[in-house]
Structure formats: C-alpha cells, structure tokens
Design a protein around this ligand. Structure first.
Ligand code: ATP
Length: 237
C-alpha cells in the first residue's frame, strides 16, 4: 500500500472543474513531481490532499486513513505538511513565531523547539533571522520559512507548491538540495512546479496534469525524455 493514494479525485470552484478523475500514488520517501501549465489544476490537487478544498468525488487515503470529512488540522496531525503557493508566511510575526505556528497541531513544545533548531541547521539563514519579522525576508528566505514551518509539523508527506517561483538559480539549487535530503530521510514529497526541468531532474517519478486530468506519468528521467513533455514543458522541439 502506498503512503498516499489519490483515487478518481474531482474538485472545482462553482462551475469550474479543476480536477477531473485524478489518481496517483506516492510511496514513503518518494519525490513525485506534478507538472502542468497555468490553470491545469496543480494547486487544487495539493489543496484537495491537505483538506483545504473539499473534493466533489473520489478519495484521498493517507497511511490507510480516508481523509474525507477531516478538518485541516487533523490532516496536519496525521502527517501531511503543506508549503502553499505564494508561501503564505505571516509578515508581521517573527521567523521563530512563523515556525512555531507549524508546530501548533503538536502537543509537545520541547519537540517543536528541537525541530526549529533542525530547520535552522538546514537553512542557516533562518537561524540568523529568528527574531526578524517574516515580511522582511527575501523571496528565497520566505520560501525556506514556508518549508521550515511545514517541517515543524513533523510531516511524513510534504506538499510543495511552486517552491522555485521567482527565485534566483542559486537559491533554487539550495532549496532543491534540502528537498532531496528530506526525501532521502524518508519524507515523501509531492512537488508542484512550473519549472519542469528542475522538477524532473530531482523527482523519482512524475505526473503531467492537463486541464484537471493526468495525461502522462513515469520516472523523472522518462518524462524528461518524452517528446510531448519536451515540447510542451521544456521549451524544446
Ligand atoms: P497555476 O500554476 O496558475 O496556479 P494550477 O495548475 O495550480 O495553475 P489551479 O490553481 O489549481 O491550477 O486552477 C485550476 C482551475 O481552477 C483554473 O481554471 C483556475 O482558474 C480555477 N481556480 C483556481 N482557484 C480558484 C478559485 N478560488 N475560484 C475559482 N476558480 C479557481
């Protein structure tokens, strides 16, 4: 049984069908990329997994638990962390307070403190800025903070929405180095990216989402070599 099983998932907004029969699996420690154009439904897929968007049909099973009808904080407690599109950090709160919010669903303050130390070891720049307001960080630092905040919730599955968006190549490289290290430690990662090249380079497997449907899947290398992917998402051919 996979850690995450998504089956025939449908979701939307009013008359808009954003997801239409999406099925996918993610195993423990796997790094899975979801690539697709603007509006393909990538963000909605992550929101439906983390319980923010309520699916219209289909099922999300995490570690054997059907997530239907569960509140977002309960889903966090089961072990799903989400670094959302646009980072959504709290600009007036300090970096430390932002990180502490990630641990709110946990009852153990000592553990939260230890995990904040671990996040700071992973992203030393956050450790240097713990007392600074989140809104004063650069874009890359805010992305690190969004990932760090999700990690303080002790996820076994981490959902990342466009972590590379708007960031300089060196910062993207640093963030992907950490993402790969997390997967190597056994944390499963679902990575939504418009930057298909960087996503497929790091992902063990990937899915292509088009107009709310999965149209292709395979290993990262297979997808990166696929003619349709190269033409549509890698700007080749
Ligand atoms: P992007 O990369 O632009 O974020 P995406 O692949 O993440 O795209 P979604 O954001 O999931 O795609 O959007 C899927 C569809 O749902 C699109 O047609 C979008 O316009 C629509 N949509 C997304 N959010 C909302 C909303 N809050 N209200 C109405 N329609 C929405």
């Amino acid at each position: 049984m996979a850690l995450l099983e998504v089956r025939d998932l449908a979701a939307g907004y009013g008359p808009i069908r954003a997801l239409d029969g999406v099925s996918l699996d993610v195993d423990v420690g796997e790094l899975v990329a979801i690539i697709g154009a603007n509006g393909a439904g990538k963000t909605t897929l992550l929101l439906a997994i983390s319980g923010v968007v309520v699916p219209r049909a289909g099922r999300v099973i995490f570690d054997g638990h059907d997530l239907a009808g569960r509140a977002v904080h309960r889903i966090v407690r089961l072990g799903i962390g989400h670094a959302p599109e646009g980072r959504r950090i709290f600009p007036r709160l300090s970096v430390r307070e932002n990180l502490e919010i990630g641990g709110q669903a946990r009852g153990d303050r000592a553990g939260v403190r230890r995990d904040i130390d671990e996040v700071c070891a992973m992203f030393p720049v956050l450790g240097q800025r713990l007392g600074q307001a989140g809104g004063t960080l650069s874009g890359g630092e805010q992305q690190m903070l969004a990932i760090g905040r999700a990690l303080v919730g002790r996820p076994r599955l981490l959902l990342l929405d466009e972590p590379s968006l708007g960031l300089a190549p060196l910062v993207v490289a640093k963030i992907f180095e950490v993402i790969a290290a997390l997967a190597a430690r056994g944390i499963a990662v679902v990575l939504v990216e418009q930057n298909a090249r960087v996503a497929l380079r790091h992902a063990g497997r990937g899915y292509v989402l088009e107009s709310g449907r999965i149209t292709l899947s395979g290993s990262g290398a297979e997808l990166a070599g696929d003619r349709r992917v190269r033409e549509a998402y890698l700007g080749e051919g």
